[in-house]
Design a protein around this ligand. Structure first.
Ligand SMILES: [Zn+2]
Length: 61
């Protein structure tokens, strides 16, 4: 079984947690403003406000 060689110091542990926080921020980068209605929508997804996706309306809602 793999065992850690050295004790992880508190500062190092905290650094790791900040890195995971950055990952959460990165997931927020998956959002973009809809060019049709300027509503915050997910990238590569149909806009929930106007149903707009890549220069054509997919659904009306
Ligand atoms: Zn839209």
């Amino acid at each position: 079984m793999a065992v850690p060689k050295k004790k992880v110091s508190l500062s190092r542990k905290k650094k790791r947690s900040t890195l995971t926080r950055c990952k959460i921020k990165k997931s927020m980068c998956n959002y973009a403003i809809c060019p049709n209605c300027t509503y915050l929508k997910k990238k590569h997804n149909v806009c929930h406000s106007c149903g707009y996706y890549s220069k054509n309306v997919v659904y009306k809602g």
